[in-house]
Design a protein around this ligand. Structure first.
Ligand code: PDD
Length: 284
């Protein structure tokens, strides 16, 4: 069965689906995107993703082409047509097609909307096989990383460096040596003193929907945590490191820059939170 994409009002076979070469997403990265996980027909943290989409669009002055409720209907249809019950949904909205010129088009153009879906298995219950390696790199991105922009060149380059180093993620640090986030995930540690920490929200990180869901799980389980910045040194000496994202869920990092962390096994906090998150996916 050929994969189907939604492109500006039409459902098309993926190989026939295309956008104009003067689409501003293609020309400038002038667009916003979201990635959602669907587990057994249930869209994980959908309210959070759709609210973040609305916010990101607002921050770049891009009109929301469809109300969140209408987007949900199209997402459902893309999932149905692709027979995806568990997998990933990708959604991208750009400022549309216009003659190449940096400022926004003066004549209003219709934003482009593309939605695709592909199957992806649920994360394994066996956490050891889910653990991964990371490297650290300077954060070379712009000053508004809270906007989920399609302009991902520094993230792409960082992830490529991670891949070349045999690692899954690049964990980024700012000019003050403070960890911001991963190239495509939020970062958490259990520091040397045993405190669970993640950087507070602000312009240098994406407000992760999985991060928000995990914070809620922590509150419900009465597990203490601190939203405080932490240094590269705190990362290196952490008892546990883990990532959160729609594609990583809760992912323990057991090797950092080629060095095993602790005993090289996922720690108890990441293990517990992955269990809680999988439970949340199954019974939201
Ligand atoms: N990335 N930080 C960055 C820079 C990200 O790109 C992502 C997600 C996150 C985690 O956000 P969430 O929990 O809402 O997925 C944090 C997606 C998965 C991607 O670009 O593929």
């Amino acid at each position: 069965m050929a994969a189907i994409a939604y492109v500006n009002g039409r459902y098309l076979p993926l190989r026939a689906a295309s956008v104009n070469i003067e689409d501003r997403g293609f020309q400038f990265g002038d667009g916003i995107y979201e990635v959602l996980y669907v587990h057994n027909h249930h869209l994980a943290d959908a309210d959070l993703h759709l609210a973040r989409l609305t916010r990101s669009l607002g921050e770049i002055g891009l009109r929301q082409p469809l109300a969140p409720a209408a987007l949900r209907v199209i997402i459902r249809e893309v999932l149905r047509r692709n027979r995806v019950s568990t997998g990933l949904v990708y959604m991208q909205i750009t400022r549309g097609t216009a003659r190449r010129d940096h400022p926004f088009p003066t004549i209003p153009v219709r934003p482009s909307l593309v939605i695709t879906a592909r199957p992806r298995p649920a994360p394994p219950a066996d956490i050891a096989s889910w653990a991964a390696a990371a490297i650290t790199l300077p954060d070379e991105r712009w000053a508004r990383c809270d906007i989920k922009s399609t302009n991902l060149l520094p993230n792409v380059l960082a992830r490529q460096q991670a891949r070349l180093a045999g690692a899954y993620e690049a964990i980024l640090y700012d000019s003050e040596g403070l960890i911001t986030e991963g190239a495509a995930s939020n970062v958490w540690i259990v520091d040397a003193a045993g405190t669970l920490r993640t950087r507070p929200l602000g312009p240098s990180i994406l407000p992760g929907c999985t991060r928000a869901a995990v914070l809620e799980l922590l509150r419900n389980a009465d597990i203490p945590f601190a939203q405080t910045p932490f240094t590269l040194e705190a990362l290196r000496t952490a008892r546990e490191i883990f990532l959160t994202s729609a594609t990583s869920f809760v992912k323990p990092i057991t090797r950092l820059n080629g060095v095993s962390l602790g005993n090289g096994h996922p720690g108890p906090v990441a293990t517990l939170l992955l269990e809680h998150y999988l439970q949340h996916l199954r019974a939201p």
